[in-house]
Design a protein around this ligand. Structure first.
Ligand SMILES: Cc1ncc(COP(=O)(O)O)c(C=O)c1O
Length: 446
């Protein structure tokens, strides 16, 4: 089964091997992966240091239950606790997918609030059948995964597949998109959020605010200045936990280890996944000291098999070493800046490009039907298959050997951090040809 697809036409290309930024197919094609394998291979394919770490770990222990300790699992928890914002006295829950880490984060937030109210002297002054704060505020234009709870806490239309059987207790707030703002100022947006939290019951009813610091699959959207700091202030004012989902943006994707480090904001819970695992499925729910303490003497009522998988953790540790100790993080930031400048210059030459935005090696060129009105090429409620963006991404794949998602908003430019100068030139030339095609298709349509 192919994810999110009707199956009749599913015809994946057979792969012979992967190497660096490239996928080699059995029929002799060499394809550049401009989406970094769903953002899972920030280090490129088959990085020798990660492979060596995996091989070495395989010789000793791959997995034992959490009644036992292994060196890579303990070391990774420690490394993540130190590298992420806030006191290093954190605790880390390991699982195998972003969605599972989101589920764990939501449950941890609700249990934290339960403990705060019933065990730690907190007072809920509104009588209720559900007498502790449980609501999660998430946002439209967000994606947190396809399991029931994570999909229910997502604003993306993929949530509709879950409806009406969504998991209760989620409130969706407007997204924050500087290109298509819903409010005249950030202050007005934050005022509305304050009102929303109050109307949802404030500290009596709301447990947490969940957000992607830079929105990923809903269009690589950077928040406006002051927004994230403002949300943090609201969380403090109302005793909510701030959960930051870095599944896509972590592991150096945006030029820092985590995207949230671009702002002076300390989350209460951090979710990581995708590239954390470095070729093995691995995700993490990182609890700040305040939240972790809550479970010192009260049950963390959650778990799954394969939690803390030693082999996956060894790969992640090696991967972090390459990022932090070998300097790939800084290198990626520099390359990202260069890429952004090239993309902006390219965007100015093509009327189909409405907005060019990104950070680090995480970029998109949003394509629009009209520059003045910012008319989207496809509205959220319109049929997906035959969009111009799909035609353009098919062109890149079949004619230029560049693999990008057939995104609904525009062209996705998310290369592995190891991309070199020649590869960058190859990608930019292909994108230029794709934009020429997009201009033509839009003009023809109008
Ligand atoms: C921000 C974010 N959170 C969570 C997920 C879910 O991750 P997974 O597909 O590993 O369950 C994704 C996947 O795209 C994501 O982008």
């Amino acid at each position: 089964m192919q994810c999110w697809s009707a199956q009749a036409d599913y015809a994946p290309l057979a792969v012979e091997k992967t190497e660096g930024c490239w996928i080699h197919t059995v029929d002799g094609r060499r394809i550049f992966d401009l989406r970094s394998a769903h953002e899972c291979i920030n280090l490129g394919f088959n990085h020798p240091k990660v492979l060596a770490a995996l091989r070495a770990q395989m010789e000793t222990v791959c997995y034992v239950t959490d009644d036992f300790a292994t060196a890579p699992t303990a070391a990774l928890a420690e490394r993540l606790s130190e590298l992420t914002p806030g006191s290093p006295e954190k605790k880390v829950y390991f699982c195998q997918s972003g969605a599972a880490a989101v589920e764990a984060a939501i449950k941890a937030a609700r249990l934290y609030q339960y403990n705060r109210v019933f065990h730690d002297g907190g007072v809920v002054d509104a009588p209720s059948q559900y007498p502790y704060p449980y609501k999660i505020i998430s946002r439209y234009q967000s994606w947190h995964g396809s399991s029931s709870g994570a999909a229910s806490a997502s604003g993306d239309p993929r949530r509709w597949f879950q409806e009406p059987l969504t998991v209760p207790g989620v409130v969706l707030a407007p997204g924050a998109n500087p290109y298509r703002p819903h409010f005249p100022t950030v202050e007005a947006h934050l005022d509305y959020l304050d009102h929303l939290i109050e109307q949802e019951g404030g500290r009596n009813k709301v447990a947490a605010f969940l957000l992607e610091p830079i929105v990923g699959s809903n269009g690589i959207i950077l928040p406006p200045d002051g927004y994230l700091e403002g949300v943090r202030r609201l969380c403090d004012r109302w005793d909510l936990l701030l959960i930051v989902d870095e599944t896509m943006t972590g592991m150096g994707r945006t030029g820092k280890f985590l995207a949230i480090e671009h702002w002076e904001v300390e989350p209460d819970i951090i979710i990581m996944g995708k590239a954390l695992g470095a070729y093995c499925p691995l995700a993490a729910t990182i609890l700040s000291e305040k939240v972790a303490r809550s479970f010192d003497h009260h049950l963390f009522g959650h778990g799954q098999s394969y939690s803390g998988h030693a082999l996956a953790c060894a790969g992640a540790l090696a991967s972090i070493d390459v990022l932090v100790s070998d300097g790939l993080l800084e290198e990626g930031a520099v390359k990202g800046q260069q890429l952004g400048e090239h993309l902006k210059a390219l965007g100015e030459q093509h009327p189909c490009v409405g907005d060019v935005r990104g950070l680090g090696l995480f970029w998109t060129m949003e394509l629009v039907g009209d520059l003045e009105t910012k008319k989207p090429l496809r509205k959220t409620t319109e049929k997906y298959e035959k969009t111009i963006v799909k035609e353009v991404s098919d062109f890149l794949f079949h004619e230029r050997n560049v693999y990008v998602p057939s995104d609904k908003f525009g062209l996705w430019v998310v290369p592995p951090l190891i991309i070199d100068e020649d590869e960058m030139a190859f990608v930019l030339e292909a994108l230029e040809a794709a934009l020429v095609l997009a201009d033509r298709l839009i003009a023809k349509r109008d």
